[in-house]
Design a protein around this ligand. Structure first.
Ligand SMILES: [Zn+2]
Length: 204
């Protein structure tokens, strides 16, 4: 944990409330930095970016500062933006367009989005498009060019380059490998779960 964050916890600094939450291993409870709860031992503290994450790791929200009471404003804002991208990934999207739609400067949007999701908006859009393309390569016979177009990347060379950068394979190679897995018989399940693990890693 950065000294800056530890400092925020022991000084109950509310200006960090939209940046992280902290859990205490010994109590199993998580708080906002501003919470006036007893100062924990530093080595027992674990940081989270959202209440959802803390709850998933089996921590309970503090009754005093209610860190799960409502989403942090920035989290809410970014969730609206990712919802929008999830629905409109096949359209023309740009940082400027998102900034206009969601009333923030491109710079602020970029920074806030990255802090909360660990991806820039552009990276988020690219990964989503490639994921959708993978689904289509698996489940349809559409040409690579058509699939690129349908996921919002009309330039074929750019689509192929981006796909390879994110997955390690060109779309054609990806499709070929997956077809081979389908013929794999007994090893099928293992290989599919291997492929699924790979996909999960890509999306982290
Ligand atoms: Zn608390």
């Amino acid at each position: 944990m950065k000294d800056e964050f530890w400092e925020a916890i022991i000084t109950n600094n509310a200006s960090y409330d939209d940046q992280f939450l902290y859990a205490v291993k010994t109590t199993g409870i998580f708080c906002r930095p501003s919470c006036k709860s007893r100062e924990p031992n530093r080595q027992n503290v674990r940081l989270f970016r959202s209440a959802e994450e803390a709850i998933r790791a089996d921590y309970r929200p503090c009754k005093r500062c209610k860190p799960a009471g409502k989403r942090l404003p920035n989290e809410d804002w970014v969730a609206q933006i990712t919802d929008y991208i999830d629905l409109h990934y096949h359209e023309r999207l740009s940082l400027q367009l998102l900034a206009d739609l969601f009333h923030g400067s491109p710079y602020h949007l970029h920074r806030t989005f990255k802090r909360i999701t660990d991806l820039t908006p552009v990276e988020y859009i690219q990964r989503l498009r490639v994921k959708k393309a993978q689904e289509m390569l698996d489940s349809t016979d559409y040409t690579v060019g058509n699939i690129g177009f349908m996921v919002g990347i009309p330039s074929s060379p750019y689509f192929i380059t981006l796909f390879k950068k994110i997955t390690g394979y060109t779309p054609a190679e990806y499709r070929q490998r997956h077809n081979r897995i389908d013929l794999g018989g007994g090893e099928l399940d293992g290989r599919i779960s291997e492929a699924a693990d790979l996909l999960d890693q890509i999306h982290i």
